[in-house]
Write a protein that binds this ligand. Structure first.
Ligand SMILES: CC(C)(COP(=O)(O)OP(=O)(O)OC[C@H]1O[C@@H](n2cnc3c(N)ncnc32)[C@H](O)[C@@H]1OP(=O)(O)O)[C@@H](O)C(=O)NCCC(=O)NCCS
Length: 196
């Protein structure tokens, strides 16, 4: 894991939670947490179309753990193309989500810590921008605004005032227009069984 997460871990050592990379053993706990925090409608979101069948961007699946190592919050970021620029080239970016904190741990700053860790990790890995669909009143504190997404569309229904972006490199989304398209590595499918 990159230096950013190690630094946060050290800084918050006396705290009741740590930020860490997600590993394969966290998947069941993460899915249960998302069901509890977001309900069954979470799989019908337009963002889900950009995540389905893909793996998260390298190094950008993070969790918060309690003292016993249990997953109490999750955030993942996904590779997308955010339309095309004025020269017609695809604009690589990240889509963030879902972000969720276990309801029994809300309001302790865990969501904020996870967001800042994810943003710093994305920046340190050279990404240019992060997009998401969520409450502006929450995400504006991290620098996400609707201004840079005005010529972009999600591949399904979405509320424009909740379609937000943060540029990690100034001007990265300048002129970006069109539909978001998934561009991350595809999940490996289990091999087909051959007939005897
Ligand atoms: C939104 C969420 C991630 C916040 O996590 P958290 O750990 O409680 O957040 P923090 O402790 O870092 O921040 C709490 C602050 O955010 C505010 N906040 C939380 N949700 C908010 C929202 N939807 N809109 C505006 N402000 C919000 C709280 O009022 C609190 O404000 P304060 O600091 O002025 O008291 C968490 O409530 C959650 O998982 N919600 C359900 C899933 C969800 O909606 N995810 C986001 C969409 S992808």
């Amino acid at each position: 894991m990159a230096a950013v997460v190690d630094t946060l871990r050290a800084f918050f050592a006396p705290s009741t939670f740590v930020i860490d990379s997600e590993n394969a053993g966290d998947v069941v706990a993460r899915e249960n947490l998302l069901d509890r925090a977001m309900g069954p409608g979470r799989r019908r979101k337009s963002s889900e179309k950009l995540r389905r069948g893909r793996v998260p961007a390298e190094g950008l699946a993070l969790v918060a753990r309690d003292r016993d190592g249990h997953v109490i919050a999750t955030v993942r970021l996904w590779n997308v193309e955010a339309g095309i620029d004025r020269e017609g080239h695809a604009v690589p970016a990240l889509l963030l989500g879902p972000l969720a904190v276990d309801p029994t741990h809300e309001g302790k700053g865990i969501g904020g810590m996870l967001m800042r860790a994810a943003i710093e990790e994305a920046k340190s890995r050279g990404h240019g921008a992060i997009l998401l669909v969520g409450d502006a009143a929450y995400y504006e504190r991290f620098g996400f605004f609707a201004e840079r997404t005005q010529h972009l569309v999600m591949p399904g229904p979405f509320e424009r005032n909740r379609f937000l972006a943060l540029e990690l490199k100034e001007g990265w989304l300048e002129g970006a227009a069109g539909m978001l398209v998934a561009s991350g590595r595809k999940l490996a499918l289990p091999p087909l069984k051959r007939a005897a």
